[in-house]
Design a protein. Structure first.
Length: 316
């Protein structure tokens, strides 16, 4: 499997993208006299082959979980691999995060990656053509994610970076805020119950900045509007702002993360070494009548716009 790497650069900021999984391997941001690696990554691109940690990848066709590893659509039942028994997670064991994408650089600051997923790939109906254009502009990194299908099919793609604005160590002291006043509570298998619950008076309330802490979290938030979806501030002065046009955001504190391959220089991978903020559609919507459906058709393609800004305080 031929894994290739392309580096975007603008000033002192650089971003390394891999063709396997459309993966964000490395993001360096200047802070004082160093360039901080602000996402977790493996040092050797080849170590992403066979990895199921989703580090920095685009996940799908359907991110998050599908209950019972199956769904009904237009009178037909589609069965998927149960890679988190009894459920289906992040598109299956051979989801788009495992594939080699076509990668076409566009100068120093942009790259476009494309992938075709054939009909019944991992059990999903329809041929799916996906494109992701990644652009670096100063401290801003944007994702323009699009997909077309030749027949009705569920699609919910998500960018799955693990952020650590200190570059290494635990993220427990990072200050987090999320623009959401409701969550979608889950059962013991992390499948949404179909309800939404207010965060007021609960430990899930991040409407005001507070430390990430060491409580294990893997929970979907229902975003409130067009304002930044989330903000993250680190003790070293670096901050991240996330804007999304998606209705939801999954918070995962990486409490189950394990070191499976040598990390980027200076990093240590393990529980709470990063934080995931995954912009997405409602999880398990295909099996949840009360959630908006994430169904695309030949006449209604998929699109997601994601903008991330990681910068020192006061940077323009």
């Amino acid at each position: 499997m031929s894994v290739t790497r392309h580096v975007l650069s603008d000033g002192d900021v650089s971003v390394a993208i891999l063709n396997i999984g459309c993966t964000l391997q490395d993001w360096r941001v200047p802070m004082g006299d160093r360039r901080v690696p602000v996402v977790l990554g493996f040092a050797d691109p080849q170590d992403y082959v066979g990895s199921q940690g989703y580090l920095g990848a685009i996940v799908g066709r359907v991110a998050n979980r599908i209950s019972g590893a199956q769904f009904d659509l237009n009178g037909e039942t589609f069965r998927l691999p149960a890679n988190e028994p009894p459920n289906h997670l992040h598109g299956g064991p051979e989801g788009v995060h495992t594939r080699i994408w076509d990668m076409e650089p566009d100068g120093d600051t942009a790259v476009r990656l494309t992938l075709t997923s054939p009909h019944m790939d991992q059990g999903y109906p329809g041929r799916l053509d996906v494109s992701v254009t990644i652009t670096l502009s100063g401290f801003d990194l944007t994702y323009d994610i699009r997909a077309r299908s030749d027949r009705p099919s569920p699609v919910n793609l998500a960018q799955h970076a693990y952020y650590n604005l200190m570059g290494s160590g635990p993220v427990s002291a990072h200050m987090l805020s999320i623009a959401a006043d409701r969550t979608t509570p889950t059962d013991t298998h992390l499948i949404p119950t179909g309800a939404t619950t207010e965060v007021t008076g609960t430990d899930a309330d991040f409407r005001q900045p507070r430390p990430v802490g060491t409580t294990p979290r893997d929970l979907n938030y229902v975003l409130t509007g067009p304002a930044p979806a989330a903000r993250l501030h680190a003790p070293n002065g670096l901050s991240m702002t996330l804007w999304s046009d998606q209705p939801c955001l999954q918070l995962y504190t990486a409490h189950a993360l394990q070191a499976t391959a040598p990390a980027l220089a200076g990093q240590t991978h393990g529980p709470f070494a990063g934080i995931c903020l995954e912009a997405q559609q409602y999880p398990n919507a295909i099996n949840t009548p009360d959630f908006p459906m994430t169904l695309i058709t030949p006449d209604q393609p998929y699109r997601q716009a994601l903008r991330l800004r990681i910068a020192p305080k006061g940077a323009s």
